[in-house]
Write a protein that binds this ligand. Structure first.
Ligand SMILES: [Zn+2]
Ligand SMILES: [Zn+2]
Length: 77
């Protein structure tokens, strides 16, 4: 069911932590759940409150229609 009220506000979007991915031993094989591509050096990511990471460009359209993390379904505060 489409819910016109869904999605997050621009304020919430702006408040989400933004980071540039730098590859290292501990995060080398992390991938974006939405596009299923591994993160590469220099990718711009958004970090949700649940610590899950997504490409900024991938998660933006997701948040137009939903307000939850694609992975764990935690609602974005
Ligand atoms: Zn992605
Ligand atoms: Zn999550």
């Amino acid at each position: 069911m489409f819910n016109a009220e869904a999605g997050i506000s621009d304020d919430k979007w702006e408040a989400l932590t933004e980071t540039v991915f730098t590859e290292n031993a501990s995060n080398k094989y992390l991938e974006c759940y939405i596009c299923q591509e591994e993160f590469n050096n220099g990718n711009v990511l958004k970090v949700l409150g649940c610590s899950h990471l997504f490409h900024k460009d991938c998660i933006r359209p997701w948040f137009d229609q939903r307000d939850t993390c694609p992975l764990c379904r935690v609602i974005v505060q």
